[in-house]
Write a protein that binds this ligand. Structure first.
Ligand code: ATP
Length: 339
């Protein structure tokens, strides 16, 4: 497949600050590439370099041309911060941007794409934060771009609006649009991106499909048995019990903070673990199965933690051991993690 974007050894300094130090990547036509990384990692700087709005070192081609030479009709850019005139309506703003191109899309179609038909005639200053952001997304769609750069597109958009924007991005990609987006929402990137790049301190430290990154950096799936109590007539040591649980199931079993943890288990393995707990007469409060997610990849590559973060990946809490076998096919929220 043809590459729509190719970056080789891209470098950027702002005075003493190194924002990008040798980033190389390529994005295929029609691919959705998600760029993640901590604040200050260089994501916006890379979007700016790729979209031809800053000078940089190294080499970039977008649609086989240098970023500043590429036909602007073929590029759409949603910057991270965007401050249009406050007393233009959403319709006027999108119409203004449409007027910059020779062959723009009908403004009503763009308003429909971003779900603003009902608020199209409200001044920008009177729109909610999410409606404003959707207006801004609309301005990047007026020229039906072949390559679309979206720098944190869903910031301040509510869950329903976010989902409809995700569906829109899906449709654009299905139609052949190449999408390069940045996001702090791992759920968003996992949902949308064909491939993900992780930027840290101006360097691309990992890139691949979400599943390959999760397999490489996400850690292991686990069944956490909370509030465990060993059978006191046999032993009061949970550590001793773990040996019998490991022997009975063949899994690695450890203890952590009063919990028993089975590692590398699939949902189909849960009944065997429940049977082993019962045979060993271990009582417990609940079972939670977790699988690694992009969030775990992020955490492992940055060493950061998410405040108030729930356990990694899709979680299934099973209060009643009798229901454990039903967990072989757990319901997993597509929205998932932290936003
Ligand atoms: N115009 C500028 N002048 C000086 N320094 C800048 C400028 N733009 C960015 N920087 C610095 O470059 C580094 C990378 O910034 P950048 O905005 O690209 O990061 P980011 O990954 O997009 O961050 P965030 O997630 O917070 O949006 C940061 O240290 C930032 O302070």
């Amino acid at each position: 497949m043809d590459a729509a974007l190719v970056a080789e050894d891209v470098r950027k300094r702002y005075g003493e600050t190194t924002a990008l130090s040798g980033v190389s990547l390529s994005v295929d036509t029609g691919e959705v590439f998600g760029l993640i990384g901590p604040n200050g990692a260089g994501k916006t700087t890379l979007v700016r370099a790729l979209s031809g709005t800053i000078r940089y070192g190294g080499s970039i081609t977008v649609l086989d041309a240098e970023p500043t030479e590429v036909d602007r009709q073929r590029i759409g850019l949603l910057p991270q911060s965007f401050s249009p005139p406050a007393r233009l309506t959403a319709r006027e703003l999108i119409g203004y941007y449409a007027g910059l191109y020779d062959d723009p899309r009908p403004v009503v179609d763009v308003l429909a794409d971003v779900g603003l038909e009902d608020d199209a005639d409200t001044w920008y200053e009177n729109l909610s934060g999410g409606q404003r952001r959707r207006t801004c997304v609309g301005t990047a769609l007026v020229n039906d771009p072949d390559v679309l750069f979206l720098d944190e597109p869903t910031t301040s958009i509510d869950p329903a609006g976010r989902r409809s924007l995700w569906n829109l991005i899906d449709r654009l990609a299905e139609g052949g649009t190449t999408v390069f987006l940045t996001s702090h929402s791992m759920a968003e990137v996992e949902r949308l991106a064909d491939r993900v790049g992780m930027l840290r301190d101006g360097q691309l430290v990992a890139a691949g499909t979400p599943s390959s990154l999760i397999a490489e950096y996400g850690g292991r799936s686990r069944l956490v048995v909370r509030g465990t109590v060993a059978p006191t007539d046999v032993t009061d040591s949970l550590a001793e019990v773990t040996h019998s649980l490991a022997d009975a199931t063949g899994f690695e079993v450890t203890t952590a903070g009063g919990n028993v943890v089975f590692s590398d288990v699939t949902p189909a393995d849960i009944p065997a673990a429940v049977d082993a707990l019962e045979s060993a007469a271990v009582s417990y409060e609940s079972l939670t199965w977790t699988e690694p997610s992009l969030e775990d990849v992020y955490l492992s590559l940055t060493g950061e933690t998410f405040e108030g973060r729930r356990p990694p990946g899709a979680a299934v809490a099973l209060e009643d051991p009798a229901t454990a076998s039903a967990a072989a096919e757990p319901t997993v929220s597509a929205d998932g993690g932290n936003e």
